[in-house]
Design a protein around this ligand. Structure first.
Ligand code: OAD
Length: 252
């Protein structure tokens, strides 16, 4: 089947399904200038696989902070792209229940999505590990302060972003919400994720067990491709533009 036909069929599924859920990964933010993790020019190639290991953080926090200056702080000023906007429009039109995201950049909310489950936390919140002071949605002043003190709080404690490191628990409330959405869905769409990190990659499996249809949009293979009704191995920008064009009359 050619691409246009597949898109049409997928849009029909969107219109006729009752509970549609999206799971997004780092690929969704690549068009906003944020690198993903596992591509050849992704964050792990540059900074090492263990940059998000909690033991590494405690052993050598300044290694993490050097990465954070380049890899996390710029996320705060990034802008959503057409993929985020397409998902926000689907939600507004009642065609999408919510977005479960592994991303920590807050770009779905910036694009206008209301129902977002952030299962790996958020880079907009940082906590002092000593006095528990909370730095929320870092404004320019707080950002400058943390950069100039090398991420030390005014009490001298280390300030850690509220994101899930490997070796830490996921935020339980967010994951429980995500699991409930997955189990209630009749159409589950994954976008820009390699689906190799658990328990996030378990969510499409919960959906499949509930007889939901699975659609995967990702450049490159994923371990769940064989369970997908449709797999779009294309650029997410192209995919999203096509969806917006095809559903034009439903989305405004
Ligand atoms: P990955 O880097 O593992 O996967 C991103 C996927 O997006 C890759 O398969 C890319 O090929 C694809 N991709 C990139 N740009 C794309 C584009 N423009 N169009 C289509 N596809 C594109 O990132 P995640 O699956 O999100 O966890 O990684 C999951 C988790 O692993 C992250 O949340 C993070 C990481 O370790 C934690 O930090 C806890």
């Amino acid at each position: 089947m050619d691409f246009d036909k597949l898109i049409e069929k997928f849009c029909e599924m969107l219109k006729t399904s009752k509970f549609v859920v999206a799971l997004t990964g780092a690929g969704v933010s690549v068009p906003s200038g944020i690198p993903d993790f596992r591509s050849p020019n992704g964050l792990y190639a540059k900074y090492g696989q263990d940059i998000f290991e909690i033991d590494e953080f405690y052993k050598n926090p300044d290694r993490f902070y050097n990465f954070a200056k380049e890899g996390l702080i710029p996320m705060l000023s990034a802008q959503p792209n057409v993929v985020h906007h397409m998902l926000a429009k689907l939600e507004k039109a009642g065609m999408l229940k919510g977005v479960i995201t592994q991303n920590i950049d807050g770009l779905h909310q910036k694009a206008g999505s209301k129902n977002v489950a952030e299962i790996h936390g958020s880079v907009r919140i940082w906590n002092c590990l000593k006095c528990t002071k909370r730095y929320e949605i870092l404004d320019d002043g707080q950002r400058e302060f943390l950069l100039s003190t090398n991420f030390r709080c005014s009490c001298g404690g280390l300030v850690k972003p509220n994101i899930t490191f490997f070796g830490e628990m996921l935020p339980m409330g967010e994951f429980a919400k995500a699991q409930k959405w997955a189990e209630s869905s009749d159409l589950f769409i994954t976008l820009g994720t390699s689906l190799v990190v658990y328990p996030a990659a378990q969510l499409p499996i919960y959906a499949l067990r509930n007889r939901a249809k699975l659609v995967i949009v990702n450049k490159g293979e994923t371990p769940l491709d064989r369970y997908a009704t449709f797999k779009f191995d294309i650029d997410l920008t192209e995919f999203s533009n096509k969806i917006l064009e095809t559903l034009n009359t439903f989305l405004n």
